[in-house]
Design a protein around this ligand. Structure first.
Ligand code: PLP
Length: 405
């Protein structure tokens, strides 16, 4: 008999769990878009979105998902024939490059595989080879949601500065915003791509760009802009209707207002710390499951380069990860993420990988509950695994709460 009745937990890395407060804020009749609470509320979103990113520049919202926000970035950054250096650490790096090629942007891709961060030596070599400074922008995922790799963004800025290379630093922050530390100004980031349905806890449908003054200046002549994506009209908007190029994303905006309130009530640094602590609990469990069982392992070896929003892991051999995902959903109400693009030898379907999200509106009981359900599933399915995972995860939570980690 399954034990799945009760509140289900969607532990996939987007869309993430929607807080009841966000849902309640969206539960209303269609609002007037010319006057009243909605236009009045929106003025406060811009400063709070900038605060979220540590951005003193510009922010724009498009009715779009992350792919749309990529396109907003692409069409403002580049002219046809411009060169981009794209650093890929998983499926989303590949995805960004695929979105650029049809636009006629020349993408040089450095592919670092799917389990290690960007290798700065290779980036340095590529930038040094570009003596004429033809590369207009360096594009990189902060967190690649498929692999769980987190890249060191300040190190890329330091490299550009050391080499005196003028390329803009553009970061995909779709998975990391509101989960992993991000300090746009301090880190010298020129552009961040974001979307509403991950750390921001709002349904899919809002795409964001945070953009530096430098990027606005260097991209004035970009000829790929079309009216809808052009950031100038968004950044210079003063009237409510000017921000949306048509009808506003009415309910999403009320949801976003609530989610930003929740983030700043908790405190942005506390939000980042919570994600770090829950991530460490997940890692501790996997380390225990994998002890003596090398077929179970975290995808990223170095903790400093693991996302705090999502953990990708191997539970081999195939199809054990998929069997476990099906079990946790059907028998216990916990939906885990698929092993997106994470195939290995003898595993063309990615059935040896899964992802555990700890992204957004997630607390200790949710993460510990998901891990306990995974443990139960491994027992039920007779997937061999090391002992002590739950104790290890609980210990990570206890140490964090006590201020010891
Ligand atoms: C989810 C995600 C995207 C794509 O967002 P969609 O809303 O699915 O189009 C892009 N980049 C990263 C890092 C993501 O996590």
């Amino acid at each position: 008999m399954p034990l799945a009745h009760g509140r289900p937990y969607l532990a996939i890395p987007g869309p993430s769990v929607m807080p009841d407060r966000v849902l309640a804020a969206m539960h209303r009749a269609a609002p007037n878009i010319y006057d009243g609470p909605l236009p009045e509320m929106v003025a406060g979103l811009w400063p709070d979105l900038k605060r979220l990113a540590g951005c003193s520049g510009h922010v724009g919202i498009w009715l779009a998902n992350g792919h749309g926000a990529w396109e907003a970035a692409n069409s403002n950054l580049f002219s046809r024939g411009d060169r981009a250096l794209l650093l890929s650490t998983g499926k989303f790096g590949l995805g960004w490059s695929e979105s650029l090629k049809p636009l006629g942007v020349q993408v040089e891709m450095l592919d670092f595989g799917k389990s290690v961060p960007v290798d700065l030596n290779r980036v340095e070599a590529a930038l040094r080879a570009d003596r004429a400074h033809g590369i207009k922008a360096l594009l990189v995922s902060h967190v690649d949601t498929s692999s769980g790799v987190k890249n060191d963004i300040p190190a890329l800025r330091a490299l550009l500065d050391t080499l005196g290379h003028p390329a803009l630093l553009a970061v995909d922050g779709v998975a990391s915003m509101g989960c992993d530390e991000m300090r746009m100004d301090d880190w010298g980031v020129d552009l961040i791509v974001g979307a509403s349905q991950k750390g921001l806890m709002v349904p899919p449908g809002l795409g964001f760009l945070w953009v530096s003054d430098r990027a606005v200046t260097q991209c004035r002549g970009s000829d790929l802009r079309t009216p809808y994506w052009d950031w100038d009209s968004r950044f210079s908007a003063t009237e409510f209707w000017q921000h949306w190029f048509g009808t506003a994303p009415t309910h999403h905006l009320f949801g976003l207002r609530e989610s930003l309130d929740m983030i700043f009530e908790e405190g942005l640094e506390a939000v980042w710390a919570r994600h770090g602590a829950l991530a460490r609990a997940v890692w501790a469990a996997f380390d225990a499951w994998g002890a003596g069982h090398p077929e179970i392992a975290l995808n990223v070896a170095d903790p400093a380069h693991r996302s705090h929003a999502v953990t990708a892991a191997r539970i081999g051999p195939a199809p054990n990860a998929t069997r476990l995902r099906h079990w946790t959903e059907a028998k216990a109400g916990v939906t885990l993420g698929i092993g997106l693009g994470m195939t290995g030898p003898g595993d063309p379907a990615g059935d040896a990988f899964l992802r555990v999200a700890h992204m957004g509106h997630v607390n200790a009981h949710m993460t510990l509950g998901a891990l306990a359900v995974m443990e139960a599933g491994m027992q039920a399915l007779e997937i061999p695994h090391g002992a002590g995972a739950l104790e290890a995860a609980a210990g990570a939570v206890a140490r964090f709460v006590a201020g010891a980690a």
